[in-house]
Design a protein around this ligand. Sequence first.
Ligand code: SF4
Length: 375
Amino acid sequence: MHASVQDNELDVSGGREKRKLNYTALFIKYYNSPCYCHCRFCTIGQKTYSNVTFDRVEAIVGRFIKWKNEKGLDDFALNFFSGPSNNMDVARLKKSFELSEKLGNSDPTDRWIWLNGISLRPEDELRDWLLERKQAGISMVGMTFIGAKELHDKWRGRKGDYDFEMTMARLVGELGIKRLERMFLTKSTLPHLSSLIDLLDDIPGLSQRWITNVYYQGWARNMESERITRDDLQRLPEKISRYVGNDELRTEGEWIEYLKTDLQIPDRVILGRYTRHPGDSQLHLTIDETNIEELESRSCDEIVGDLRRRKDFVAGLVPPLRELLNDYGDSANMRLYGLRELEAKWIDCFTRDHEQLIRSEGIFTDELSDLTTIP
Ligand code: SF4
């Protein structure tokens, strides 16, 4: 955990109005289950794994649940993520579900998991593995499809992933488990989407299909050349466009025009993941061996207070959106973004330009990227 930052500590905002964030949630993360892929679109990016036992993590989360209830924090959410892959044994998986259910974040009658990143295994082993999960109450799985075999394996960073995933989709259908599919709307994947949809439509079990841009986060920040344009979007056949999500996508130029005429948003945004209200944000707490003992010895008030002060401090360094727009906005950029992504991109530009200042304030550059992070 980062050192405590006091409210009256150094003002790094250069005298301008500081961003004010409204924390609507605490997101607790526990990275203990290795992922076997190296996806170029991974929004987590660099991963480090913790050896802290689940029981200790569960105890901390349990304390936060008690704390939230005692304080009557009905509008403050607690979220828990255990992963990044679900390549874990069934006992651990069940415990993770039970914890999420205690937090009120998932429904015991509707348990589902992503299958991305599990280790390759022969078909008969895979069938048994999936069956065990079905017996543990998994009624749906999420899967990510890229396109044709070569492109798929390249994007997932492991040879054989395409064949493995297609086998998995077929087995899941045979076992009566529902399938949620995610695909990407990018320059490279666009030419493959129609045939991919045809292929997957022939495999029983489809429940939902969701086609989205790659979020500007983690490794996916290096995929700018893959962004589609408004023309690409408008040319999509109905067969594909019907699955494209509701995220509002505009070109950088269109967002700049929009922001210049909007009186509310520009001075106070780091968009939240869930509410989309300007200024809404969530606190992040990753539990690992470097902080577990400290977390066990401190009160929830102290932990949340420290996280809040630290995030306020980091956010205070970042200029308001209007300033970022003036310094880094590129009206000629025809690629499509969500507003949160564009803000993240401009914060990256600011970080590159002010690396020395940021370091001299004791801030890690990834703390600035984290400001706009989705879970
Ligand atoms: S499977 Fe998921 S966690 Fe693993 S690299 Fe791919 S996107 Fe990242």
